[in-house]
Design a protein around this ligand. Sequence first.
Ligand code: GFB
Length: 318
Amino acid sequence: MLPVVFPLAGQRVYVAGHRGMVGGALVRRLEQTGCTILTSTHAELDLTRQAETEAWMAAKKPDAVFVAAATVGGILANDTRPGEFLYDNMMIEANLIEAARRVGVKKLLFLGSSCIYPRLAPQPMTEEALLTGALEPTNQWYAIAKIAGLKLCAAYRRQYGCDFISAQPTNLYGPGDTYDLQASHVIPALIAKMDRAKTTNAAEVEIWGTGTPKREFLHVDDLADALVFLMERYSEESHVNVGWGEDLTIAEVAATIADVVGFKGALRYATEKPDGAPQKLLDTAKLQGLGWKPNIRLRQGLADAYRWFKENQAEPNT
Ligand code: GFB
């Protein structure tokens, strides 16, 4: 296993985006490391504003930064709000990365997404598949912003010697997810729809697309653990995939969620809705070779996500 070269204990660590699912999981994981966690609310700091971001970073002087702030969403949000997905994400990452350089942040980790890879990349997708083909049209806006972010980290390492790294997670789920059906990813959407159908005795639930696309899912607590692992141990230009290593069809994940929720009705496929990429399974050999692997199996993770949903559904998006 890679040795620890940047121990977080005693450091001032800024989690940008702590109110999101990933940022929240990172805060939970970082509480075990002995670091001082810094966060900012949206009211206090709008990360799309350069002057505000630079002033905040100059005042707080973090030693390390996790760039977990982003405008995110599922296939519908990506496809229908392209301006926000491209602008917000480019601004947030550029402002944070440049401010981190200016104030001398010692280490920064930028979070991308598996949608950076070409729509028809050979599966599983290795880190080398980047920029070898055309992107999936439904989320190309988000993907282009994320590619720019990972390249910014690489460019700043080359030009300024900044120890900035990037990780590319697969589709994520877990506590703190977004359950607004216009913005959510497939797992929270199906949890919310099936729970509602169960409680109202509805006969069927609508599943978007054909059910045939394949997706890989990683619990966000596994992701947070991998990100701390990389922050403490990894210092190279190349980005690193973070995934579970296996995928399943949307029809299979829908059946598993129905089982976890206890919904016994029919699944109706709305084939006029987009499927998105046919498959996006990450090759995780690199991260496994560094010494990290995930722990939380899908069935157990879905039960955890459903428990969080039931406890928080009165205020699903806070
Ligand atoms: O999770 P999802 O929205 O995102 O959709 P992507 C995954 C698959 O589930 C698609 C299907 O084939 C959807 O058509 N699906 C079925 C549903 N029912 C539903 C539903 O009720 N809601 C949703 N949302 N999907 C995202 C990108 O792509 O992946 C983001 O748009 C990001 O940019 C993320 O990269 C990781 O996997 O298609």
